[in-house]
Design a protein around this ligand. Structure first.
Ligand code: UDP
Length: 194
């Protein structure tokens, strides 16, 4: 079975490498994919918020955290290992490096996102960082940001605005963003920049 249900959230049962292969294939086939790396906190958020629940039901949800792996074990469902946000981001950057994909980074504080972009560019020189932008913008800047991303046509769009806002934001603009993969990455840019 490809999906495990944890308190109403449909989790992928693929292991880490399988997940990377699956997402990379979808990108190569031009299939739009919204990835949510969900930990127990995200599951509780979805239970409390119908709109967010509907967003995760339509996303590809991966088990971010050992709590989800245990919850699957207790309910006799086949999730073998966790797929964390930072590790998945790095693995997808490695794919971007291999295939010269474009990558756009949105979110975190200005110096954090600049440093994260520099470090990722240095580590994955064949990935094309087509743009980046901090996550403390005003409502009136949003239209310009969406246009910038749409024109950059990145294969990968990583967004760190905190959950559930990052996922609401991506879903709101999904049809205009021209990104194959969009994924909320929470505090990952802070980790990468540090
Ligand atoms: N963030 C942002 N704009 C905001 C609020 C948060 O760019 O208006 C960034 C924050 O700097 C951090 C990331 O979103 O890099 C994740 O934030 P937080 O740790 O609060 O969220 P969580 O880890 O719970 O997803």
């Amino acid at each position: 079975k490809q999906v495990a249900n944890i308190l109403g959230v449909p989790f992928s049962t693929r292991g880490f490498r399988e997940t990377v292969t699956y997402i990379a294939e979808r990108i190569k086939n031009g299939q739009k994919t919204h990835v949510v790396t969900a930990n127990p906190e995200i599951v509780m958020l979805a239970r409390a918020d119908r709109a967010f629940q509907s967003i995760v039901e339509q996303a590809y949800v991966v088990p971010d955290g050992i709590g989800i792996v245990y919850a699957a074990k207790w309910t006799n469902q086949p999730i073998r290992e966790r797929v964390t946000g930072v590790e998945l981001l790095e693995a997808l950057m490695a794919e971007a490096n291999k295939h010269q994909w474009g990558v756009y980074l949105l979110g975190a504080k200005p110096d954090v996102i600049r440093l994260a972009a520099e470090k990722l560019a240095a580590r994955y020189p064949n990935a094309r960082i087509v743009g980046y932008r901090d996550g403390f913008f005003r409502a009136e800047d949003e239209e310009g940001i969406v246009q910038e991303i749409a024109e950059a046509r990145p294969e990968l769009l990583f967004v760190a605005l905190g959950a559930p806002r990052q996922d609401e934001w991506m879903v709101k603009y999904r049809d205009r963003l021209n990104a194959s993969l969009m994924m909320g990455v929470g505090g990952s840019f802070d980790v990468i920049s540090g």
